[in-house]
Design a protein around this ligand. Structure first.
Ligand code: UDP
Ligand code: MG
Length: 324
């Protein structure tokens, strides 16, 4: 082989081996009718950047033909990689798996239902090039989400900020760009129940925020059932605050003081030869206290459950298949 040929081959190999500059991570759960459209618009926007990129689809244990569609897309374009979970492990873990596999200098995570417009990738990329380590997005959805979802989300972030030292803007989601430095820190968390929104705020670094209009779902219905939403909400608070654990102490102290004075009053009346009437009030106070007691015990149960889970060291997710 001539020297030129070897040099040419080496050049060719470095191009092949070169790591992508940008990775896009997309969790999918029963999104068979969205994969092709999502992939099409993504590639169009990524090609326009004229950089080396990769797309990582994570099939979070779909029960429909999502995986077949993902396979079809990746056979058309070698930049499309895919991971398939053995069952549904949830949106947060799917993104986490994607982040772990991403090789880009910057990584964007976004939903696979086209609610997060791929056209925004350009703006995210540009902000990163301007020197930001994290580019968050905040949605302006006046009509797309139901009013219940908007109000509850707003309320949630208010409570979250009150309870923890981490501030999350309302309208935040997991549509964002992070650079390799932030990614490294996130992966070191090794949390089994990661709440990315909290983790990202917690790590700090230079943060920029971009506003965008939330689009309608391309096809299908939301995969976030009420129970999934509650799980995410509780996981967030439990990860970033131990304040709820102290609720019991305060309630116990206040009711204890009140009960002390009440008993003192009853005793005083008894000394005068009378009794305080009213079973109803006694029962009322008792059931109120029992209610609070069980609530607080339940709350502790949630935290203990977390400790239990992390002691067992079960894997966060299980991968069944991989492409590219
Ligand atoms: N998703 C997932 N696993 C789940 C639930 C949802 O990977 O258990 C994905 C889903 O396919 C979508 C993204 O997470 O790409 C956001 O979900 P969805 O659009 O249903 O949530 P919404 O936009 O209604 O909050
Ligand atoms: Mg959606």
């Amino acid at each position: 082989m001539t020297k030129d040929k070897i040099e040419g081959l080496r050049k060719h190999m470095t191009i092949i081996n070169e790591k992508p500059e940008l990775s896009v991570v997309i969790p999918l759960y029963n999104e068979q009718d969205n994969v092709a459209a999502m992939s099409g618009r993504l590639i169009e926007n990524l090609e326009a950047l004229q950089i080396k990129y990769e797309v990582i689809f994570i099939d979070d244990g779909s029960r429909d033909a999502t995986w077949d569609h993902v396979c079809k897309e990746s056979s058309k374009n070698s930049h499309i990689k895919a991971i398939r979970f053995s069952r549904n492990f949830g949106h947060q873990r799917a993104i986490y798996a994607g982040l772990k596999h991403a090789e880009g200098e910057a990584v964007i995570s976004m939903d696979g239902d086209l609610q997060h417009p791929p056209e925004l990738i350009h703006a995210l990329y540009k902000k990163w090039k301007d020197g930001y380590n994290i580019v968050n997005t905040v949605r302006r959805d006046k009509a797309v989400s139901g009013s219940l979802k908007r109000v509850s989300s707003k309320l949630y972030y208010k409570i979250f900020s009150l309870l923890s030292s981490v501030e999350i803007e309302e309208g935040s989601s997991d549509f964002r760009l992070i650079d390799r430095q932030v990614l490294k820190e996130l992966l070191s968390f090794g949390e089994s129940d990661i709440f990315l929104r909290g983790a990202i705020q917690w790590v700090g670094f230079n943060v920029a925020t971009i506003e965008y209009d939330l689009a309608e779902r391309h096809s299908g219905k939301t995969k976030f059932t009420f129970s999934k939403m509650m799980q995410l909400a509780s996981s967030g608070i439990v990860s970033y605050s131990t304040l709820p654990l102290k609720i019991g102490v305060w309630i116990g102290m206040i009711t204890g003081i009140i009960a002390f004075f009440e008993l003192g009053y009853i005793f005083f009346v008894y000394l005068k030869g009378e009794t305080v009437p009213g079973w109803a009030s006694t029962l009322g106070v008792m059931s109120l206290l029992f209610g609070i007691l069980f609530f607080v015990i339940g709350l502790m149960g949630i935290y203990i459950g977390r400790i239990h889970n992390s002691l067992q060291q079960k894997p966060t997710y299980i991968i069944k298949d991989k492409i590219n």
